[in-house]
Design a protein. Structure first.
Length: 273
């Protein structure tokens, strides 16, 4: 008879949390940057948590990774040939760009331990780092951005929450450097948090981007294991942001209807941006 049940909970506020019943805790690690945990959950398979917040689960990572890659890929004028990913140490975002046929992908992750954890527990995501089209660098994304000028068609910020240690990736100074690292007509995308629980994150991203780029656009996706399940992403470019239909083939979440629909925003989200 099993007497004790184990649960992992992500706290949204003092009064609210989402809990996953877990079979086992597979890892708990304190790195120079953050705390990393991996759980084997009953309903979502393996779950990666950083500082107590869900980063991905085996069962629903496809939503986030398809939406942070395929949407910007289609919404930029020029079909991207070079992509820079900041964060993304699990390899999930890089993997989607490989599926889209991108031949030059640079992934800059600040915490080498995230990559090691992915190698061990999420080998399917990690495997993109052994593809010759992907260069993995363990480095500070903010610093890297300053050193690279006019190099990338598409820059993806696949970071932890906009409120917390990754805050430096959500302000005008950083966006200026992103713009400097983009080619002409290039585009950037950032995950911008839950519009419901983290409106400040979305506001920081959109106001910072507006002060640097001519055009911005917000889109959303349904990610069951993130706070409220309703998640935002923000695009920014000096070129017009619209559907250029470079590759509309369907994934597990993404399809042409989802691409169009993800830009239709509820009124409370519109009022934040
Ligand atoms: N990075 C964004 C995760 C943010 C989730 N926030 C939260 N659970 N409070 C995902 C990394 C996947 N490559």
């Amino acid at each position: 008879m099993k007497l004790i049940e184990n649960w992992f909970s992500e706290r949204y506020s003092d009064n609210l949390q989402l809990s996953f019943r877990v079979k086992d805790q597979l890892l708990s690690l304190k790195t120079d940057f953050q705390r990393i945990d991996v759980f084997d959950t009953y309903d979502f398979g393996k779950l990666l948590s950083i500082d107590g917040t869900v980063q991905l689960t085996e069962k629903d990572e496809f939503v986030y990774h398809e939406m942070i890659s395929r949407v910007p890929f289609n919404m930029m004028k020029k079909k991207p040939e070079s992509v820079l990913i900041i964060g993304g140490g699990d390899g999930g975002a890089a993997g989607e760009f490989l599926k889209l046929g991108v031949k030059k992908i640079v992934n800059v992750e600040i915490d080498g331990q995230v990559v090691e954890v992915s190698r061990k527990f999420f080998p399917e995501l990690y495997s993109s780092f052994s593809n010759p089209s992907v260069t993995l660098l363990i480095d500070d994304g903010i610093k890297f951005m300053k050193q690279n000028k006019g190099t990338f068609d598409l820059i993806v910020v696949d970071s932890t929450d906009p409120v917390g240690p990754a805050e430096g990736l959500f302000n005008a100074d950083f966006y200026k450097n992103v713009k400097g690292a983009l080619t002409a007509d290039g585009i950037m995308v950032t995950q911008s948090g839950s519009p419901f629980y983290q409106p400040k994150g979305l506001t920081m991203a959109t106001s910072g981007m507006k002060s640097v780029f001519k055009n911005i656009k917000v889109y959303t996706a349904f990610i069951p294991t993130y706070p409220s399940g309703f998640w935002s992403f923000t695009l920014a470019s000096d070129a017009e942001i619209k559907n250029y239909s470079h590759d509309l083939s369907s994934g597990k979440y993404f399809n042409p209807d989802v691409l169009e629909g993800s830009f239709k925003l509820p009124e409370f989200v519109k009022s934040l941006i």
